[in-house]
Design a protein around this ligand. Sequence first.
Ligand SMILES: Cc1cc2nc3c(=O)[nH]c(=O)nc-3n(C[C@H](O)[C@H](O)[C@H](O)COP(=O)(O)OP(=O)(O)OC[C@H]3O[C@@H](n4cnc5c(N)ncnc54)[C@H](O)[C@@H]3O)c2cc1C
Length: 467
Amino acid sequence: MTDFDVLVIGSGPGGQKAAIAAAKLEKRVAVVERRNMIGGVCINTGTIPSKTLREAVLYLTGLNQREMYGQSYRVKDDVTVADLGIRTQHVIGREVDVIRSQLSRNHVAVLTGSARFVDPYTVDVIDEQGRDVKVSASKIIVATGTRPARPESVEFDEETIIDSDGILNLPTVPDSLVVVGAGVIGIEYASMFAALGTKVTVVERRERMLDFCDLEIVEALKYHLRDLAVTFRFGETVAAVEKRPRGAITLLESGKKIPAETVMYSAGRHGMTDELGLEAAGLAADDRGRISVDSFYRTAVPHIYAVGDVIGFPSLAATSMEQGRIAAHHACGEPLRGLSSQQPIGIYSIPEVSFIGQTEDELTRSHVPFEVGISRYRELARGQIIGDTYGMLKLLISPEDRSLLGVHVFGTGATELLHIGQAVMGCGGTVDYLVDAVFNYPTLAESYKVAALDAVNKLRRVAKFEL
Ligand SMILES: Cc1cc2nc3c(=O)[nH]c(=O)nc-3n(C[C@H](O)[C@H](O)[C@H](O)COP(=O)(O)OP(=O)(O)OC[C@H]3O[C@@H](n4cnc5c(N)ncnc54)[C@H](O)[C@@H]3O)c2cc1C
């Protein structure tokens, strides 16, 4: 007899949803989590603080209202770290409370400490004072997430040279910032600080950024960020970062020197497996700390599962939650359908980006013909009302069966709007459903109808020429 039916290590989105799903199936469930980390990276240092910070920045700078009220419009002239922190701390506190309450309502035991495997069925939970307790379980789900990767050559000092965790503890809003790495996290923070008036330089080794996104939308985003005074250095590698009394100098291999008050590294993340004692369970992680799993999230040891960022791509809270639920159902013998084939991507840059399905480049590479339907927010009454003149929605339509191959949105509410397209795609709908549907007016959702009409008109034109 084990202590628990299901033991979950880590209380981020993956672990939380796994624990609740197993508890709903009336299993004896426990979650192991470190002190002050309930909710994981997601609630404490990642998704929730960064998204709340973004909301605070947009509100206090009045950025989205300037189209209406002029370029000098501000809600507050000097936005301080304290102004931003109030909102962030408030939301984190509330979210932790919600999670604690959900776990307790579902009778999930929370064991405080760090878990380490003793054998494949037992983990040692060690608290901050070094006291330990051994717990056993028939099924174990590892959801330990990741930490920011730190190149060894860089001396992080938590003050001037920081990673994405450190950005939440800055004493002041810097007047200049170098962001190393133009991935999702780097671009989101670059946008926020640029909106606050910080002079931001983004250094990226590759020639392109966000290369998994639609090229046209990435170009639009770059244009907007440049308009906020962001400088991009693509195809450039950092040779060294030197700390100086007034900040740091970032030296590029090309010989350029970039002075800035703060340097933020956003150079990938590393799986939190170093202290898990995986070898005692008969498991191993790869060189980036990640654990391999099958389509049901089982590791090489079948009663041990792994979900969330610790298994790698796509490393999103949204997907981690679903992986957790699927792993728990599989572990508890519940029938399941597996992860849906289409996953949405949301990037909370300013303006925001979201898409599902394929990009033009991917379709072209695989010789799949498509037609494009575009709607621009400035041609929608809602776009004019909210002062968003740059937003756009783009549908990629199959001329063969008129299905939606991809939906790409840029601008206000992109991450919410996308789910209309996702629902149509998921239910096997065609562009004709969107042509015929009546949308509330004035809404941004109407952009689906406009883009659908645009695509259908283009398809009709091709058909006419073929006569
Ligand atoms: C700055 C930033 C912004 C982001 N923005 C978004 C976004 O907008 N949308 C989105 O979908 N995703 C976003 N993400 C990604 C998202 O946060 C992650 O995908 C998600 O948190 C991963 O969930 P997880 O379940 O793997 O666990 P995590 O949230 O990574 O949590 C893992 C937990 O496991 C605990 N743990 C680790 N080792 C042990 C151990 N040995 N014993 C006990 N506990 C342990 C840790 O303390 C931690 O609390 C962002 C990430 C960052 C860093």
